[in-house]
Design a protein around this ligand. Structure first.
Ligand SMILES: [Zn+2]
Length: 98
């Protein structure tokens, strides 16, 4: 568990030292992250440095008083310095609208 956290920090440091002139990048740009965060898998690589992420969520059905599984898809910005590929599991965060 501890090791995992350390490798994550190393990865982040590596990203921060890379050259990047994307103004919508959370590490090098002027944009700051706030709000909700999601974890999911990249299923599609769209144009203009955008990826589509899919993750399961619980959906409450009042008729049956039970939870059902639903999948959500969110599109996220993927700057050059992160360069995530299809199949990668990523954590994304909300920003102000870009
Ligand atoms: Zn960057």
């Amino acid at each position: 568990m501890k090791k995992e956290i350390k490798s994550k920090q190393e990865k982040q440091e590596k990203i921060e030292t890379l050259d990047c002139n994307d103004r919508h990048c959370p590490f090098h740009g002027s944009i700051s992250i706030r709000g909700r965060s999601f974890k999911g898998k990249i299923i599609k690589n769209d144009l203009h440095k955008t990826v589509t992420i899919e993750f399961p969520r619980q959906f409450y059905l009042s008729k049956y008083e039970r939870y059902a599984k639903r999948r959500s898809r969110i599109r996220a910005h993927n700057p050059e310095c992160i360069n995530a590929q299809i199949g990668d599991v990523v954590k994304i965060m909300e920003t102000k609208p870009i």
